[in-house]
Every structure is written in structure tokens, then in C-alpha cells.
Design a protein around this ligand. Structure first.
Ligand SMILES: *[C@@H]1O[C@H](CO)[C@@H](O)[C@H](O)[C@H]1NC(C)=O
Ligand SMILES: *[C@@H]1O[C@H](CO)[C@@H](O)[C@H](O)[C@H]1NC(C)=O
Length: 604
């Protein structure tokens, strides 16, 4: 999308110590008197920020936060350079205005982009997407914070370089990935998290009057004096300021050879523990109700290996709106009829179709002729062609685009330490033995994605090598509507978080996952020390980030029906949906869990 936001091109006078007085042309909307004329017919994702004459709202790319609240702001700024960014942060700091960083399409599920109150300032990095420096000799690239993963991968490849590990969805930005600790899958090298490849970064935070109310800090891993700060800024939930520039350590571009291998899941616990050490890009898609697992056998090969493979992951392609509506209606119907068999049949169909078309892999960019698929890393590591949906009036869109009737889901994502993951998997298998159809609903969203992540020096990074479990499942449009087998999903969620001490993914999850999460981080106090220095007034903090960081109570919201939405763990039937037959009961394998269980009136 090009500029859909009315940017009042203004010239502001701005003084900064050291640089004298500079003039900067700033694209910014300030409570835009100009109403925003957003074309509703464009099919690429929409800017999550909308402004009218009375203020702005922001949402995420799924159109809903976990508590379904609306997030308001007084204004939005769209700086196009670090200089403009400094001006924006300084001006807001001067009047002690709350700020939050937003990105071009805002993929975090929790409310990390919401400033407190209604008159905060959204600082979008949408136009800060320049490649600043390409250093082939040093195998480094410096980019602005708003650069997307896709851009990063493409630009690096043009220079013969590769970012070895990255998330699989390329719509995220460098600043957003660092903010939330995003990662790919690997136990090799420095592991799969983007933040462990950061060599240097620049961050703009509130400053003192003498600094023009904004301060740019330059951090470098090779400088001892900033190493501790780096460990805070690398994964910061956006509370330390705006990351304006990042220098990443890359590698010479290489090729990979990928084979998906489908197996029964009876020995998954043992396999999962060792598989990540056997293959550099290993991951596992697990279909617990179908009792099978798809192992990604994926390794580096020499550059002269023959193949020009391409991974255009099918669920991330633009999809006809009619198809999306049909799939969603079927799912809604199955939910309303408690049709578990229907869901299991649909799940088998979906997973066998994906298996047949190799999940969107082709050997040459056109057709899939068989494994292994060999190709350049940059063509296999990440995808998301629905970002290119043509402006076809929403005839096609990303499957979760809130403007069409399509996917609407929860994402529960956490990492379980590699040393205990076997037992966690066995517990889930025990639960499935009791309720065999319970996870067919998850299989409709391609099962549980298991990715390898490594311990990091980042204060809010992973504490140990682990497997990250990504679980996507049906969310009703009605917050008070229970889901089929929601007790099993709630039990798995609580079992992971409390029995196995799992760490929640900062950019995903429902409220309950963050309750007490900060206590699992040994270096949290070190993080707070840096926060105190960078933003003593907490202008980049919000009630939500304070709650997530354990600085304020209230991350769980207790009210009727709260457990249905993951806003709380039920302690009374009213937290579930007693009128619809769902009562708060103990878990079946993890007895300490409290979950919303459907009880037939006959058996009650
Ligand atoms: C600077 O900050 C003041 C106070 O928050 C605000 O009224 C004004 O619109 C801001 N100017 C710009 C260009 O953001
Ligand atoms: C940096 O820190 C390391 C370990 O703390 C130390 O060995 C090294 O001498 C330091 N380097 C400089 C330049 O201070």
C-alpha cells in the first residue's frame, strides 16, 4: 500500500545540541483535520492506524485484541527518518505525552501498540524502511526499524548474504521482531532468534530538556560499556523507546535441502528432544488427534547443489474471499452443532491436501515434483504472498484479514525447556487418549507448530534451549460463546505455563499467559534498571506493558465468561458459560488446572 494516510507535510524548526538548528520536513498527522479517506477496496492488509478529526484508533492485523477492547490515541506520527523520529519523540516528551510504537501492519496479538488513555501518540515506523548500509566484507547490514522481514531477506540476498533464521511469516518488521523476541527454528549457531544476530542498534528514547527532550543511543555488542544495555534493548516490548536502526550479522548466502517426512507420533517425545540437533532448520508440525507428526528435515547444502526451490506457504497466500467465508461458515456450524466428527473430517482433508501440495513448496518456483526441495535459503526461509494481494476489491485477501469473513483465531504460543519437553508431549498424548477428537480443531489450523529456540543473553529472551509450541484455534465472534473441547486447550495452556514453567511468546497469547510470567526471567531486574534510565517517566509504557512486566496488577480480567476468552483462569462456573453447559472443573491429566468443561445435562 502506498501512502493512504494524509500526511501533512510541514516544516518544523527543531533544535538539537551539537547539530545546531536543523530544519526538517516532517510528515505527521496531528489530529488530522483532514478526514482519512481510506479505500476499503484494497486487498493488501490495511494500515492498522485510522485517524479522523476526533482522534485515532489502532488495532492489529487480525482486527482484535485479546480483551476485544478498542485502542484509542490522540494522534499518529509517521516519521520518515531518524531525524524526524527524534523530533516526534522530543515534542511528545516535552508535554509528557504517552507514546507507543506501531508498525505498517501491527502483527502482535496483545495490546503492545496501545498508548494509555485517549490522547497518546502513535509513532508509526511505516516509512522508516530504508536499508542504511550493506557491508559485504563484514557480512553486516544496517536497516531502519520499519524494514520488513521480506525486505531484509531480499536485500541481503541481492548482496549475496543471508539472515540464517527468521520467522516464517515475512510481514513482520525488524523493530517488531526485536520488540517481541520473534524467532525461527534452530538450535544451531547462535540459535533462531533475530535478536541474537544484532551487532549494533540505535534507539530513540525520551530525553532531558538539555537533549531537546529526546536521546539517541548507539549500542554495539563489541563495546563493553553498552553490552548490558544491548541485552535489555534486544527484546524490549517497545517500552524503552523507538528502535531506529539495527545492524545485523549475516552469513554468505547458501542453499538448503528440505524434506517433509510424515510419521506416527508415538515416539514424538523422544524424537523432539533430539531432532533439533540433527538438522539445522528442523521443525515439527504435530497433529495430535491424527496421531501423526510432520518432521522438517532441512539442512544446508553446497551452493552448487541443483535446485531452485521456492516456499510460498499455502496458508499465507491470498485466498478468495468466497473460499474464506465458506470455510469459516463450516467451522461456525460445526461449533454450533458440537460436531467433533465434522471437525476431524475437515482436519484430515486439510492436512492431507497440504501434504499433497507440499505446503506450498515447489522445486522450481512452479511445480512440486518431489522431495527433497533444494533451493536458495532466501527463497525457502519465509513467505507471505498474501501481502501482495492485488487491489481487487477484496475478492482475495490474507485469510485473517478482518475486512472479510475469514479466519478468526486465538494463538497460544509458549516455549517449554528442551530438557522437560518429552514429558509435556506425553502429558498431551495422555489427554488425547482420553479425548481423541479434542485437537481436530487445532489441526484445521495446520496443527501444533513446534520450533526450536535457544537460550539468549537478552534479559527478556529465552532462559534455556526450548521448543516453542504455536497453537492456533477457533475464536468465536461472540466473546461469551464457548468452544468445542475448550477444556482440553485450556488444560494444555495451563499445564505448559504452570507445570512446565513455559515462557509465553510476547507477541502472541491471551491474558492469562502473562500473569506472573516475568518471575520466570532471572534477569528481569536488570531490564528494569535500563528501563528506569531510558524512560524514567514511563512515556513508552502503558497499563498493559506494566501489567505484563509485573509492575502493576490486573493482567487477568475476572468477570463472567472471562475464562472463555483466556482473560482469566476460571475459579467459578460463572467464569465459563454455565447456561450453555460449560462449568469450571479440574483438568483431567493436570489436576491443578481449572478449565471450562462441557457437561451434558444427562450425565451431570
Ligand atoms: C507537539 O506536541 C504538542 C503537545 O503534545 C502537540 O499539541 C503538537 O501537536 C505536537 N506537534 C506535532 C507536530 O506533533
Ligand atoms: C570487555 O569485557 C571483557 C569481559 O568482561 C574483558 O575481558 C575485556 O577486557 C573487556 N574489554 C575492554 C576493552 O574493556
Amino acid at each position: 500500500m502506498t501512502r493512504t494516510s494524509p500526511c501533512l507535510s510541514k516544516v518544523f524548526r527543531f533544535g538539537r545540541p551539537g547539530s545546531g538548528t536543523v530544519w526538517t520536513s516532517l510528515h505527521i498527522i496531528v489530529m488530522a483535520a483532514t478526514a482519512m479517506l481510506m479505500s476499503v477496496s484494497a486487498s493488501p492488509p490495511e494500515d492498522p492506524i485510522r485517524c479522523t478529526s476526533t482522534g485515532c484508533t489502532i488495532t492489529n492485523s487480525y482486527g482484535a485484541f485479546p480483551d476485544r477492547s478498542t485502542c484509542k490515541a490522540g494522534a499518529a506520527a509517521f516519521p520518515t527518518s531518524e531525524e524526524e523520529l527524534v523530533w516526534v519523540v522530543g515534542n511528545a516528551t516535552k508535554s509528557r505525552r504517552k507514546m507507543k510504537v506501531a508498525t505498517h501492519s501491527s502483527h502482535s496479538i496483545p495490546k503492545l501498540v496501545c498508548p494509555d488513555g485517549e490522547d497518546g501518540l502513535l509513532v508509526s515506523t511505516k516509512y522508516m524502511k530504508r536499508i542504511v548500509r550493506v557491508d559485504r566484507q563484514g557480512m553486516r547490514m544496517s536497516v531502519e526499524g520499519g524494514v520488513t522481514l521480506r525486505q531484509l531477506i531480499e536485500e541481503a540476498a541481492k548482496a549475496g548474504m543471508a539472515l540464517p533464521y527468521a520467522p516464517y511469516w515475512w510481514g513482520v518488521t525488524v523493530g517488531g521482531m526485536l520488540g517481541t523476541g520473534a524467532h525461527g527454528s534452530s538450535l544451531w549457531g547462535k540459535g533462531s532468534a533475530l535478536h541474537d544476530y544484532v551487532e549494533a542498534m540505535r534507539i530513540v528514547s525520551p530525553g532531558r530538556p538539555g537533549d531537546g527532550y529526546a536521546k539517541i543511543r548507539t549500542l554495539d555488542v563489541n563495546r563493553n560499556s553498552t553490552r548490558a544495555e544491548m541485552d535489555a534493548v534486544k527484546v524490549s516490548l517497545g517500552v524503552l523507546g523507538v528502535i531506529s536502526q539495527v545492524t545485523l550479522k549475516l552469513q554468505p548466502l547458501f542453499k538448503r535441502s528440505l524434506t517433509y517426512s510424515v510419521k506416527g507420533d508415538s515416539s514424538l517425545g523422544e524424537q523432539a528432544t533430539t531432532f533439533g540437533n540433527q538438522h539445522e532448520f528442523a521443525d515439527i508440525m504435530w497433529y495430535p488427534s491424527q496421531r501423526k507428526a510432520v518432521y522438517r528435515i532441512d539442512d544446508r547444502v553446497t551452493l552448487n547443489a541443483v535446485g531452485n526451490g521456492l516456499y510460498d506457504f499455502t496458508p499465507f497466500r491470498s485466498t478468495p474471499s468466497l473460499t474464506l467465508a465458506l470455510v469459516r461458515s463450516t467451522e461456525e456450524l460445526q461449533e454450533s452443532l458440537n460436531d467433533a466428527d465434522g471437525k476431524c473430517n475437515s482436519a484430515k482433508l486439510v492436512s492431507s491436501s497440504l501434504e499433497t501440495i507440499a505446503y506450498g513448496l515447489t522445486n522450481n518456483g512452479i511445480i512440486f515434483t518431489g522431495y527433497p526441495v533444494i533451493g536458495y535459503h532466501n527463497k525457502l526461509q519465509s513467505s507471505g504472498t498474501c501481502l501482495d494481494s492485488s487491489r481487487d476489491g477484496l475478492i482475495t485477501a490474507c485469510p485473517w484479514d478482518p475486512r472479510v469473513k475469514g479466519e478468526f483465531f486465538y494463538q497460544t504460543t509458549f516455549s517449554v525447556g528442551l530438557s522437560i519437553v518429552k514429558n509435556f508431549i506425553k502429558d498431551i498424548q495422555q489427554l488425547i487418549a482420553l479425548k481423541p477428537k479434542a485437537l481436530c480443531g487445532v489441526e484445521l489450523y495446520n496443527g501444533i507448530l513446534m520450533r526450536y529456540v535457544t537460550a539468549s543473553s537478552a534479559y527478556l529472551g529465552k532462559e534455556e534451549d526450548a521448543i516453542d509450541f504455536d497453537i492456533t484455534y477457533y475464536k468465536s465472534k461472540d466473546p461469551l460463546s464457548p468452544r468445542l473441547y475448550e477444556d482440553v486447550l485450556e488444560e494444555i495452556e495451563q499445564m505448559a505455563l504452570f507445570k512446565y514453567n513455559a515462557l509465553p511468546h510476547w507477541g502472541k497469547n491471551r491474558n492469562l499467559a502473562f500473569d506472573g510470567a516475568i518471575k520466570k526471567y532471572k534477569k528481569a531486574q536488570e531490564f528494569f534498571k535500563v528501563k528506569e534510565v531510558y524512560d524514567p517517566l514511563g512515556l513508552f509504557s502503558s497499563e498493559w506493558t506494566d501489567q505484563v512486566l509485573g509492575l502493576k496488577e490486573g493482567v487477568s480480567i475476572v468477570r463472567d465468561g472471562c475464562a472463555l476468552e483466556g482473560l482469566c483462569i476460571c475459579s467459578q462456573d460463572a467464569h465459563c458459560a454455565p447456561k450453555k453447559g460449560y462449568y469450571c472443573r479440574p483438568g483431567k491429566v493436570y489436576k491443578e488446572a481449572r478449565v471450562c468443561t462441557r457437561i451434558n445435562s444427562k450425565t451431570r
